[in-house]
Design a protein around this ligand. Structure first.
Ligand code: SF4
Length: 391
């Protein structure tokens, strides 16, 4: 791994402030496997869980030995899998390892919480330094939960969130899914009512993906939803949340003022992040890489200190610019075109500028005063805008 770290260190600009970096820790276990899941996860076993704990601590130490002087960790995100299977003491020990090895003083620590989590643990997590809980609720409509194969009741979600208490000590996100066959106006009402009851601060509204639709093919065929119906539901969420004083800061993400997810903003703003654990991805300097996908391969590589990264790639300036457009145009704020011109003065931007001007003339995006953004009313055609711009 030394050869990779050497390249990364060389690419991080020296003599400048250390880049503020997000740290993602991938916990790869779940109690059971959801039918539509396409995340990297396997069924929880205590022995595997213990092996993961010891390997991830080792990976933190290995990374720190090479990169601690070159970056500052300011956000941490426990994702998975179901990282809420981690006990508060285990989270505390991992946060301590990050703090001691990477001198982190994170402003935000998020934990994804599966709804099968034990309510008693919620306050324990918040006492370890976790500042943000992200609940994978999906829906508060029992009909939709049944179709998704989620075996919990809406009241369970409310109870877990209420365990976190109310007030400034905690920050709560709910993940909701739309475009699920069986959803109705009642689903929207139940979801918005739950947001208010829980006093949530943030909501991510995801559209059911094509891949996930395959899992529900039979239900989908019996009760198909047209693109227009899904778009109408998405617009209802946007309008209702705006009426409630929330703002949409990204295609799928809404928050109360000041509660935007700082960690996820790093991905969209093309800022550095480091991913540890199986299948986790990183982007530092001009390099991007992904850890071995399976638990066994990752653990063996970490324990032997011989991490090989077949997907370790150096991004050209053109690739960085294209990626930053693909991520940044998801944000309501958009991105600064002027910053990219300053960063790569030798790059020829004329081809992209012609396309940007054409898309702006067609009313699909705004391109003026060195800034580009897609107005929220056009978010649902973002894929089309990006394909016109980048291909
Ligand atoms: S809880 Fe999440 S990560 Fe685990 S199997 Fe279900 S969808 Fe996948």
């Amino acid at each position: 791994m030394e050869k990779y770290y050497k390249l990364i260190r060389e690419s991080l600009e020296t003599g400048r402030e250390k880049p503020k970096t997000g740290l993602y820790l991938h916990y790869p276990f779940c109690r059971s496997k959801c039918a539509y899941c396409h995340f990297s996860s396997v069924i929880f076993e205590p022995a595997l869980h213990r092996k993961w704990l010891s390997a991830i601590e080792r990976e933190i130490e290995q990374v720190a030995a090479h990169l601690a002087d070159y970056l500052v960790i300011d956000t941490i995100y426990f994702g998975g899998g179901s990282p809420s299977l981690l006990a508060p003491e285990e989270i505390m020990s991992l946060l301590l390892a990050v703090e001691q090895n990477l001198s982190a003083g994170p402003e935000e620590v998020t934990l994804e919480v599966n709804l099968a989590a034990e309510p008693d643990r919620v306050r324990g997590w918040l006492q370890t330094g976790v500042t943000r809980l992200s609940f994978g609720a999906q829906s508060f409509d029992p009909v939709v939960l049944e179709i998704l194969g989620r075996h919990y009741r809406p009241e369970q979600i409310v109870r877990l969130a209420e365990e976190a208490g109310h007030g400034s000590a905690r920050n709560i996100n709910l993940d909701l899914m739309i475009g699920v066959p069986g959803e109705s106006r009642k689903t929207l009402e139940a979801n918005l009512q739950a947001l208010c009851q829980i006093q949530a601060d943030h909501v991510s509204v995801y559209l059911l993906e094509e891949l996930e639709k395959v899992t529900f093919r039979k239900v989908w065929e019996e009760n198909p939803l047209s693109d227009e119906e899904v778009a109408e539901t998405y617009d209802h969420y946007r309008l209702k949340l705006e009426e409630m004083g929330w703002s949409q800061y990204e295609i799928s993400n809404f928050s109360r003022p000041g509660f935007e997810c700082r960690h996820n903003l790093k991905y969209w703003r093309y800022e550095p992040f480091l991913g540890l654990g199986p299948s986790a991805s990183s982007h530092l300097g001009s390099f991007r890489w992904t850890n071995p996908a399976t638990l066994g391969e990752w653990e063996a590589a970490i324990n032997s200190g011989q991490l090989e990264l077949p997907e370790f790639i150096e991004l050209t300036p053109e690739a960085e610019l294209r990626e930053s457009l693909a991520f940044g145009l998801r944000l309501k704020e958009g991105l600064s075109w002027e910053d990219w011109r300053r960063k790569f003065p030798a790059l020829d931007f004329s081809h992209l500028e012609t396309k940007l001007s054409g898309l702006a003339a067609a009313g699909l995006l705004n391109f003026q005063d060195g800034w580009i953004c897609v107005p929220p009313k056009n978010f649902l055609v973002s894929n089309y805008i990006l394909s016109e711009l980048l291909w």
